[in-house]
Design a protein around this ligand. Structure first.
Ligand code: ADP
Ligand code: MG
Length: 497
């Protein structure tokens, strides 16, 4: 079953081992070694200059913005940032690389070590990074099937990439996807990459192998260019099943680079894998070593916004949230900002967390909206929670308030006082006020007991469910407005329980 493959550590007696190489396109205006623009979607071959093509007489010049983004990434994942790193030429022939080599970093990358931490369900995981290095992208082959020709678009040549390489630390496709999502969150949170997977700004290669528990690492196959989290999971699951079948049938796995076909759900070998030696790496003679002064790193650190991990830790310590809720609320800056704005207004962090992760998330999902497009503002949510806290409404009244505000038009209140006034007006208008009048409640309770002899009997016979049924009837009779705690007490008293 698919879910077995995704979650369990052993699949048919085999352990799955996964390591990731991710290419994050850095969000600079211009290319890594030239002034040509990096904008997506331009007419083919209008954004490649002589430097990108390495025409004779040109020289590459390092883009400071790309280096700065690499530093930001290194700081975000607790890595060492090399004071001196080297650019190398990776030599290979391919139509989309007419200059015959890619400028990359080989022996000494700019970012070394570090780790990405995330939750897999409620379990905390940490994937170690080997390195992250700067490199340039290649061009793109365009296959015009209808005229039977292929063309090369070199607009992408020289676009800055950060290639982020993990240790083979992941043990299931679910863990791999959770890692990729966390990495995606980090690079978009610190704004070094726009994270657009359809446009190829964030593409993952998954290295997959299987082994019997305790055995040395198996031979890996590398699934190239996974550009959606869904395909990632499907591709790895297929690959794992395929490798196990091969081994069980007595075949050895050969190291290879494979492609995932979303239409068939299968992976297929593209080429047998090259070794580093095949690329004839050597230091690029046109580029001096990249030197990063500690003072520059300090400057970058001082300018960086609070990171998701630090923010989650602060949410736990400052607001008493569970680690899990804190991790969920720091999935994006927008979500975290929403939480803090509502919490600072009503001073009810736990209720804010529950409402945002429950009612609000459900409403956003149903309407396919992002948190930034929420139809209930953080101040409005805070006002609902404050009304709940003051006993102005009960839980069901609060949910009605939420729906009313969600469906209302208009710009929403400018401050918390205004939001509270709006909520109080709605409570009056829609008759949502909580009933705390014990005389009136006692009367309803007595009526419900009289009309539901069967439930009463069952309750006396020890069925707690029957009690809940009676509470339900009372809530209904009060049009959902009764104070639930009072109802509970009055009902128990009248039943002599
Ligand atoms: P190469 O230099 O050939 O690209 P690396 O040693 O850099 O190989 O590894 C590339 C990626 O493959 C890394 O993310 C690493 O964690 C992963 N990897 C290495 N060996 C295995 C293995 N046996 N199974 C799964 N992943 C692996
Ligand atoms: Mg590699």
């Amino acid at each position: 079953m698919a879910s077995d493959i995704q979650k369990s550590l052993l699949v048919g007696g085999y352990e799955v081992v996964i390591g990731f190489e991710t290419h994050a396109q850095l969000s600079t205006q211009s290319k890594i070694f030239s002034r040509a623009a990096t904008a997506f979607g331009a007419e083919p071959n209008t954004q490649a200059c002589a430097v990108d093509l390495a025409l004779p007489g040109t020289l590459p010049v390092m883009n400071k913005g790309a280096v700065e983004r690499a530093i930001q990434f290194g700081l975000a994942i607790g890595a060492h940032i090399a004071e001196r790193s080297i650019f190398a030429r990776k030599n290979y022939f391919y139509p989309d690389l007419p200059k015959g080599y890619q400028i990359s970093q080989f022996e000494i990358p700019v970012v070394q070590g570090g780790a990405v931490e995330f939750f897999l369900g409620e379990e905390k995981k940490s994937v170690r990074l080997v390195r992250a290095h700067l490199e340039e992208d290649a061009g793109k082959s365009l296959h015009e099937d209808f005229i039977g020709q292929s063309g090369i678009d070199l607009n992408r040549a020289g676009t800055p990439l950060l290639e982020i390489v993990t240790e083979p630390d992941m043990r299931s496709s679910a863990e791999a996807v959770a890692y990729a999502k966390e990495l995606h969150k980090i690079v978009t949170w610190i704004c070094i990459c726009d994270g657009n997977m359809q446009e190829g700004s964030f593409r993952c290669d998954a290295n997959v192998s299987v082994r019997k528990p305790g055995a040395p690492l198996g031979t890996r196959r590398e699934i190239k260019n996974l550009n959606s989290f869904k395909f990632m999971q499907q591709a790895i699951d297929y690959e794992v099943r395929w490798q196990i079948e091969q081994i069980e049938d007595g075949h050895a796995i050969e190291q290879a680079t494979v492609l995932f076909n979303p239409d068939t759900g299968e992976t297929r070998a593209m080429r047998s894998k090259e070794d580093a030696a095949d690329y004839r790496y050597f230091p690029d003679p046109d580029l001096p070593p990249l030197c990063i002064a500690p003072s520059w790193i300090d400057e970058v650190r001082a300018r960086m916004a609070e990171l998701p991990r630090a923010m989650a830790a602060r949410f736990s310590s400052e607001y008493g949230l569970s680690d899990y809720d804190a991790a969920l609320l720091t999935q994006s800056q927008a979500l975290a900002r929403y939480f803090e704005a509502s919490t600072l207004a009503c001073a009810q962090p736990k209720l804010c967390a529950n409402w945002i992760l429950g009612e609000l998330s459900a409403a956003l999902n149903a309407a396919e909206l992002d948190i930034a497009q929420s139809r209930v503002s953080p101040l409005q949510l805070a006002a609902i929670i404050a009304a709940l806290g003051k006993g102005l409404v009960n839980g069901s009244g609060a949910k009605t308030l939420f729906k009313e505000l969600w469906n209302a038009t208009g710009t929403g209140p400018a401050d918390f006082a205004q939001a509270c006034a709006e909520v109080e007006r709605l409570v009056g208008e829609k008759d949502l006020g909580q009933m705390n009048d014990s005389a009136a409640l006692e009367k309803i309770v007595a009526e419900v007991i009289a009309a539901n002899a069967k439930n009463v009997e069952e309750f006396r016979a020890g069925k707690e469910k029957a009690f809940n049924a009676l509470v339900g009837q009372i809530m209904k009779a009060s049009k959902g407005r009764a104070n639930p705690q009072q109802v509970n007490e009055l009902l128990r008293a009248q039943l002599g329980a």
